[in-house]
Design a protein around this ligand. Structure first.
Ligand code: UDX
Length: 442
């Protein structure tokens, strides 16, 4: 057990998904650098490796998740099961930590682990929620159940939010939600409403209009402290092994010539889609670095069906790996475009390196992020159908055509703004400063 440090002791509660583990570990590292001692409580599944983070104490709690439950594609049901299974052990665990340290400055939990807020309330501790997706996603749940269509549309009158077509997302979310989905949304919203502070891995300038709406719906102060990976650049958090050979392959390519393709840690495609992606990449004639995760092609072993002349056609022009050091890849001079599923972490990482994007959203907030990227910030192109001709054309529009140059210029502008937000008086630095002050003052 590490001694309590001068700013106080914090308990961070993690959920076992890659896109959530990374920002939570980064936040832990940042808060540790601000003088807090930290314990991370996490489910057994996808446990982080403590030896990668010697400054942090880790405690694992029983999640009782079965393999089939974890492979559920319905994130709401999985989240609900996780919260039900973890609530009692989490309460016990935080009580034990409280006995050991005498004082806990705050319980900081991933918004998906909403049971932590009730536990914090039970123990009279401040609960702070970390939203690892965009701030705009916070508008979806509290607003939707309460307002009818007319009210909702007049509520969302700002130009940026109109471009985003939030009503369309509302309609999607309202389509026959299961009981698990309703219960999850209700608990999620209640937790965020009861929290003492909301931390978001975003930047003021990215979601300005949405943030002002969010502030109307939630009483707690909101701290946009992103891009948090730039504040904690050395945190290792990959659940899969990063294949470094892609970096030596990138070293051999021309500047800004490579299209990097990755659909994050959860999305999957079927065999025919894999073949379409492969031939779309091959026919684009651009060099490509493509992540095909071991479990990402439904019903098949890794890239098994990529025969029939594919390798011969692309030769050294293509590099396929199971997992990359993505932040390093995006910062590499050879990478000129990122074809992504539009996960929030990937979006923020791409913005920080000024890499323009192609977006093929699969589920959930990825559609909203894709609308931001392509319609609001205009730093990417949308790709709807996974069909080889369509893929080839979209890649060439981004990487070769004039249209791509304009998109690249806007992406570079956003990169500069992101860097500014981290400077001494930048919005994210100030937000982080205010956050640590608030925690220390309670
Ligand atoms: C999930 C949801 O799917 C997404 O919609 C939500 O916004 C966040 O949680 P995920 O699908 O994993 O996330 O995507 P993303 O948010 O982009 O996170 C993936 C992370 O894995 C990124 O930090 C990325 O750098 C990392 N990664 C991905 C690698 O390090 N190597 C890879 O090869 C691929």
């Amino acid at each position: 057990m590490e001694k309590q440090r001068k700013s106080g002791h914090l308990v961070l509660v993690m959920v076992p998904f890659q896109g959530h583990i990374t920002p939570m570990l980064q936040l832990a590292t940042i808060l540790h650098s601000k003088g807090f001692s930290i314990t991370i409580v996490h489910p057994e599944l996808n446990s982080p490796n403590p030896s990668d983070h010697p400054e942090i104490a880790f405690v694992s709690i029983q999640d009782k998740l079965t393999k089939s439950q974890f492979s559920l594609k319905d994130v709401a049901s999985l989240t609900l099961i996780l919260n039900r299974n973890c609530a009692a052990p989490l309460q016990q665990c935080i009580t034990n930590i409280l006995h050991s340290y005498d004082h806990i400055a705050a319980v900081v939990y991933d918004t998906l682990m909403f049971c932590a807020q009730t536990i914090a309330d039970n123990l009279s501790l401040p609960g702070i929620t970390l939203r690892t997706c965009s701030a705009t996603t916070l508008l979806l749940f509290p607003v939707f159940p309460q307002l009818d269509e007319k009210d909702f549309i007049s509520e969302i009158e700002s130009p940026e939010l109109q471009v985003l077509e939030l009503e369309r997302f509302r309609a999607l979310l309202s389509q026959n939600p299961t009981e698990a989905v309703m219960e999850s949304r209700f608990a999620f919203t209640n937790a965020v409403r009861s929290s003492s502070a909301i931390i978001v891995n975003s930047m003021e300038f990215l979601e300005q209009e949405a943030l002002s709406k969010v502030k109307q719906y939630f009483p707690a102060p909101i701290f946009t402290i992103g891009p948090i990976h730039k504040l904690a650049p050395k945190v290792y958090s990959s659940l899969l092994t990063e294949d470094d050979k892609c970096i030596s392959w990138l070293d051999k390519q021309s500047p800004e010539s490579v299209i990097y393709v990755s659909f994050g840690s959860i999305a999957s495609i079927d065999k025919q889609e894999l073949i379409e992606v492969a031939w779309g990449l091959a026919n684009s004639k651009q060099p490509f670095l493509w992540v095909v995760r071991p479990d990402s092609v439904r019903g098949l072993d890794w890239n098994e069906p990529l025969q029939n002349g594919f390798q011969e056609s692309v030769g050294e022009r293509g590099c396929i790996v199971k997992w990359t050091p993505q932040k390093e890849v995006l910062a590499h001079i050879s990478v000129g475009g990122f074809w992504s599923h539009g996960g929030w972490n990937s979006t923020i990482e791409s913005i920080c390196e000024g890499v323009p994007m192609i977006c093929k959203p699969f589920f959930g907030d990825q559609h909203l992020n894709s609308s931001y990227i392509c319609k609001v910030w205009k730093i990417g192109l949308e790709l709807h159908e996974l069909e080889r001709g369509n893929i080839e054309r979209t890649i060439r529009r981004l990487m070769v055509d004039m249209e791509g140059n304009e998109i690249r210029t806007r992406a570079m502008d956003l990169k500069e703004k992101a860097a500014l937000s981290l400077m001494e008086r930048g919005s994210s630095s100030c937000s982080l400063h205010d956050l640590t002050n608030q925690i220390s003052s309670v």
